[in-house]
Design a binder for this molecule. Structure first.
Ligand code: F0G
Length: 463
């Protein structure tokens, strides 16, 4: 008899050492909590949340190696040894010679924008991210989306939906002139498109085009190891390369990068500004003193920098990233069993529910994704996040809502935090809300803050 080879499941390359109890609540309790939070999942008390899939940002479980490093914090005001260790690792893994720490990603975005953008400049990128675009606009620039069209279609299964459309970019350069484009940015993977990666081939083409025009290329490397993982899986010639090698190769095409360390690096706080441009570095090194703190701590404690440096060593380990993406995929496949409308391909950090298809009877003006996120919380205490019309905000020139094609709820997975049974409960709750979807009516916005409104806006149920 020939022996059969049984396929092995993916599993986490770690076990649980410390646990944090979570509160179990009733539907009536959650209905009250949701109302008090103005039906905005950002305004809920974390204590009232059962399974928290709001974000993978700063919500990760650190390893014992990282926690041990926290005890080695050198809390000197200037010249902390943790800073130098972190800097060495930035050279090693991202290949950038110059580095300034920041307290989180948007502080680095602030500096990049302030240093490079002049009023009326145009900054093209592969789809917007909320904080990235806000800083571009605050610096007087205008963001232009040059991502491939497939990225705006949730059903399209292009393997690299984070790619830039070279023709769009070239046309834009011709139209506004290279001298009015201080830099182009690429995020990898693209958060707002559903966690979609770019390919190395596309990156090389973008880089070659920009070199021809003397335009800089910057990298939002917040979840770069996920992009590297997809290149390894999906792009010819990279099957045998390590995540570390692919990450280094990606970074070699960029003039600089920013990172929200709260993601890939598996820490609770931290950010990175890194570049190979000495002049830009010197400006950032000086600017950081005004906004964050001295250039050897940038708003962080020594122990935070140590945890970042150690997290960086763990983030490039293949089994770690494989288990992370394996868990996200598992959730997606379970949801498919209930025919839940999703964004394809599944993203690295999150599963995105297509709220337009989930609640087809709701117009975008009554905030379908915002409504759906609130309904899921009320059903089970699972917290997701709106990524649709509320997140897209208003056009600064017309003052009107932007109507994005993608109206999504994001279920984002903190690294090394939840078990497969947590995922099962999440899926069952979403399936229940889908069963009951016809009863759902939508929301009315009753308070709208000026900047990044999705964080603090309040809503009332339409009766
Ligand atoms: N760039 C990307 C791609 C991000 O996802 C984020 C944050 C930032 C920049 C800003 O970094 O939060 O450290 O200031 N994303 C979080 C999220 C908030 O939930 O997706 P930050």
């Amino acid at each position: 008899m020939p022996k059969k080879t049984i396929k092995r499941s993916w599993a986490e390359p770690f076990k649980i050492k410390v646990v944090e109890p979570i509160k179990m609540t009733t539907r009536a309790y959650r209905e009250k909590a949701a109302k008090e939070a103005g039906y905005n999942t950002f305004l809920l008390k974390s204590e009232d949340v059962y399974i928290d899939l709001l974000t993978d940002s700063g919500t990760n479980a650190m390893s014992d190696y990282q926690w041990a490093g926290m005890m080695l914090g050198d809390e000197a005001y200037a010249g902390s040894k943790n800073f130098y260790y972190l800097w060495d690792n930035i050279k090693k893994y991202y290949g950038m010679p110059y580095f300034v720490p920041t307290h989180q990603g948007r502080a680095a975005e602030h500096m990049v924008s302030k240093i490079l953008i002049k009023p009326n400049n145009v900054v093209p990128g592969n789809m917007y991210f909320t904080t990235t675009r806000e800083h571009i606009e605050l610096a007087g620039g205008k963001f232009v989306d040059v991502i491939i069209d497939q990225a705006h279609n949730p059903q399209n299964t292009h393997p690299f939906k984070g790619n830039i459309n070279i023709n769009k970019l070239e046309d834009l350069i011709k139209k506004v002139g290279a001298k009015n484009i201080p830099y182009v940015f690429m995020a990898g993977p693209v958060n707002m498109a559903g966690g979609q990666p770019f390919s190395m081939k596309n990156l090389k083409e973008v880089s070659a085009l920009l070199k021809k025009h003397g335009i800089k290329l910057w990298f939002d490397a917040t979840r770069a190891v996920e992009n590297a993982y997809y290149i390894k899986l999906r792009e010819k010639g990279y099957e045998k390369k390590s995540i570390e090698q692919i990450l280094k190769e990606i970074c070699s095409h960029f003039d600089g990068l920013w990172v929200s360390a709260k993601k890939d690096l598996m820490v609770n706080i931290g950010g990175i500004f890194a570049t190979r441009d000495k002049r830009v570095y010197e400006e950032a090194r000086n600017m950081v003193v005004v906004y964050e703190g001295l250039h050897t701590y940038g708003g962080l404690a020594g122990r935070d920098m140590e945890a970042m440096a150690r997290g960086m060593e763990e983030m490039v380990q293949f089994d770690n990233i494989k288990a992370r993406i394996g868990q996200v995929e598992y959730c997606g496949k379970q949801l498919e069993k209930y025919n839940i409308p999703l964004v394809y391909p599944f993203g690295g950090h999150a599963i995105f529910l297509d709220a337009k298809k989930f609640l087809p009877h709701l117009k975008q003006d009554v905030f379908p994704a915002q409504t759906l996120a609130a309904e899921i919380f009320i059903d089970s205490g699972v917290r997701g996040m709106e990524r649709g019309i509320v997140s897209a905000g208003r056009d600064p020139n017309t003052g009107k809502h932007r109507y994005p094609k993608l109206e999504l709820v994001r279920l984002t997975f903190p690294r090394r935090v939840y078990t497969q049974a947590h995922i099962d409960v999440t899926v069952e709750s979403i399936a229940q809300v889908y069963e009951d979807r016809k009863k759902i009516k939508g929301l009315k916005m009753v308070y709208e803050p000026k900047h990044l409104r999705f964080f603090q806006a309040r809503f009332k149920k339409i009766s």
